[in-house]
Design a binder for this molecule. Structure first.
Ligand code: ASP
Ligand code: MG
Length: 469
């Protein structure tokens, strides 16, 4: 029996109709003789709402909690109504949901009394989105006369470290438990529905795997159960050569290597959690990105057998907006050991993540890219800690820039890729503000003014003939 883990994202389960559609996909695949494990995200938008509710509760807003409870209950009940026809299953799942939402109310009330929200208690609140969606999807599958059982990530046996908000699995222990609790169901034709995104520490305290973490749950399960493939059902046809909203000619990529897919995930292709590929790379399990609203489309296959072709030097172009560039300069940095470390240390201490960095051999300046909403914090931290202290004499910034990244595995070792990229940009009369290419040679990233960004992406897309011919 071929085994498959299927993950359905938030939009796939956004409404009652969508949940039924998901249940039909599950049922059709099961009828084709596959052994299935289903992983689900929270209903679209619910995790964001829970995030907000946790912050509001901390400010002790009792009536807010009551209103929130009612709205989250209404939303889920209306989904159940459309997704599950059989009266008895409908009633049973509704009761389950009400019980879970009562618990959520208690947690929020607890937070409001203590007036304190910790990463631990926030994860507990965030876990409710998937705790609510899993029973509903399970009920909808049973409604189609298949056997199904739902699990939280914790009950399924996914154990993580205690890095709340961004936990990582302890794979050996997790594998052991998943094999014990989930695997036997496949042989009995019971379809397990596991809530994505959430797990627990060894002590049983709820953790989350980071936003978008349901993909990670799916690949953890896939690796532990050594399945044949993971299917990530989402609302796009697959990974694309560029964002079709920016470049209408963008094309779906039928095949990608793990490295290329990982690179694209890191550059913000919404289709995949950046860490999700790790468990399946180790086990060489292929992943498929598929469109739940267009299931005839085979999607993007991500696997280890992709030998890059010569034409794959640049396979996709990503655009990252909402960034800012900081230039730190000073003759005092030249030949001074630890000067770069000092600058980066100041930023990390103030909670600013550096997305891109470039420093020339002159050592007299260093350029950094950060999220635009963190620019103010970054500048004030640098000003207080390093400016005018002998090391750095100048800190300037530009907040009207964006990052463009050209990606492709065959870039490595292919001559002339950078020159083609930069010539294409120069031919449009556009100036490049900063450049970085890591030694992995999987991407060339550079900064241009925001007003030029679409023209730049288009120029590279055309130069490497990425669109439909
Ligand atoms: N519901 C979680 C989130 O929004 C996890 C996921 O959707 O993958 O981040
Ligand atoms: Mg997601």
């Amino acid at each position: 029996m071929k085994k498959i883990v299927m993950k359905f994202g938030g939009t796939s389960v956004a409404t009652g109709e969508n949940v039924r559609h998901v249940a039909n996909i599950v049922s059709n695949t099961a009828k084709n003789g596959y052994g299935l494990v289903v992983v689900v995200s929270a209903l679209e938008g619910v995790t964001d709402e829970l995030f907000e509710a946790a912050s509001q509760a901390q400010k002790a807003k009792q009536d807010y909690i009551q209103k929130f409870k009612q709205s989250i209950l209404d939303r889920h009940v209306s989904v159940i109504r459309k997704a599950i026809k059989a009266k008895q299953i409908n009633r049973e799942i509704r009761k389950t949901i009400e019980g879970i939402i009562d618990e959520l109310e208690k947690v929020l009330t607890g937070i409001s009394y203590v007036g304190e929200l910790t990463p631990k208690s926030r994860d507990y609140v965030l876990s409710f989105g998937e705790r609510l969606s899993a029973p509903i999807v399970c009920g909808a599958i049973r409604d189609l006369k298949l056997q199904s059982q739902w699990f939280t990530g914790k009950d399924a046996g996914i154990v993580t470290d205690s890095n709340f908000g961004q936990a990582d699995p302890l794979m050996n222990f997790t594998t052991h438990q998943l094999k014990e609790r989930i695997e036997p169901l496949l042989g009995k034709h019971v379809i397990p529905v596991v809530s994505g995104y959430i797990a627990a520490t060894q002590e049983g305290i709820v953790t989350t795997l980071g936003r978008g973490g349901s993909d990670y749950t799916a690949t953890i399960l896939a690796a532990a159960l050594s399945v044949d493939e993971v299917w990530i059902w989402t609302d796009v046809d697959g990974l694309m050569t560029a964002d079709p909203k920016t470049i209408p000619e963008a094309r779906m990529l039928p095949e990608l290597s793990y490295q290329e897919a990982a690179e694209m995930a890191i550059f913000g292709a919404k289709a995949m959690h950046p860490r999700a590929l790790e468990p399946i790379i180790r086990e060489k399990i292929p992943a498929r990105i598929r469109n739940v609203f267009n299931p005839e489309n085979p999607g993007t296959l991500i696997s280890s057998d992709q030998t890059p072709k010569k034409t794959d030097a640049v396979k996709a172009v990503a655009l990252i907006r909402d960034v800012a560039m900081i230039n730190v300069g000073g003759a005092g940095m030249v030949g001074a050991p630890g000067s770069y470390a000092r600058v980066l240390d100041v930023l990390s201490r103030s909670g600013v993540n550096v997305m891109m960095i470039s420093a020339a051999v002159s050592e007299a300046n260093i350029s950094l890219v950060v999220r635009r909403n963190l620019l103010g914090r970054a500048l004030s931290a640098l000003e207080i800690a390093v400016l005018g202290k002998g090391l750095v004499s100048e800190v300037t910034s530009e907040d009207d820039v964006c990052v463009v990244a050209a990606m492709g595995a065959k870039m490595k070792g292919t001559l002339g890729v950078a020159s083609r990229v930069f010539t294409a940009v120069a031919n449009k009369g556009i100036n490049i503000r900063m450049i970085a290419q890591g030694s992995s040679e999987l991407n060339i990233s550079f900064v241009v003014k925001e007003e030029d960004c679409v023209a730049v992406v288009r120029a590279i897309h055309e130069e490497f003939k990425l669109g439909k011919n």
